[in-house]
Design a protein around this ligand. Sequence first.
Ligand code: BJW
Length: 263
Amino acid sequence: MFSVADTHRSLGGPNSEMIDQIEKGKSTLERARSVVVLTGAGVSAESGVPTFRGGGTSTVWRGMPFEQLSSAEMVQKDLPLVWEWFDYRRGVVAGCKPNPAHEVIADAQRSGKFDSFTLVTQNIDGLHRAAGSTDFIELHGNINQARCLSCAFVQDLGEIPDDERPPVCPKCFDSMRPNVVLFGEGLDEDDLLIAYESAAACDVCLVVGTSALVYPANQIPAIARREGATVIEVNPEETALTSAADISIRGAAGDILPKIFPT
Ligand code: BJW
């Protein structure tokens, strides 16, 4: 006699442990009142946006590791190169559409099923917004904006000619940089505080598609768990968070999220 899990296994589908984890994730979210969702690059992988790490590799562009390109030091050293790197990435993202993971998260927030729903993303790609999410925290900024090095004025890149690099601030005429948070830079304190407070108050923290290596975003699930929340991880690979997650689902975000969110 074969079980459903055996049949899935023989067809190369999810095994019984994975089915069990999906069921646990689903029932936990069905009971949840207050949810925090933390997303990383993996949530956009099925849309065609490359991740930074994962699969044993780390992004390199023109022979340089991304940690060097996406750093506060590089803004000081070579701002035009930083713009080339982000314009290249903007070109990649421009051809990408939200996938079922972004869509399910937006639906869940709109559904009114939860008393509180906070979406916190480390992604700068704008795909949560494109999927219809409206009220969320972009912890690491937005690839489609520039920010003045002097007065911090923020402008949409759609309003700036593509060949004006670095863009010139319309307020104080200093140079502008991409409005993203690079290695060695602090995050917006208000955003971080809201993310931490939401994590401390939630009953479920769902962590999707992040290696959980980057501080301080990786403190969000730790805070949630310390304050008694159930932490669910969705990722095809084991991560720095896996051993501390209550429920760990090995799989792609676009496949798993539609299976675990209440409809
Ligand atoms: C799928 C999937 C699918 C694939 N479905 N999943 C030493 C120790 C501790 C901390 C530090 C340290 N030295 C320096 C620091 C601090 C530093 C840090 O954390 N470094 C660590 C890497 C060591 N942090 C900072 O500098 C932060 N600022 C700060 O801490 O200020 C105070 C301070 C300053 C200096 C020293 C000490 C303190 C700022 C961090 C800003 C990060 N910015 C970046 C770049 C943004 C701009 C850009 O895009 O270029 O943000 S770095 C990069 O990593 C990007 C991401 O948002 C971030 C997180 O990556 P994420 O999202 O987790 O992606 P990946 O690629 O890592 O993982 C993808 C995952 O998806 C994988 O697990 C896959 O398996 C999975 N996946 N397909 C679901 N279909």
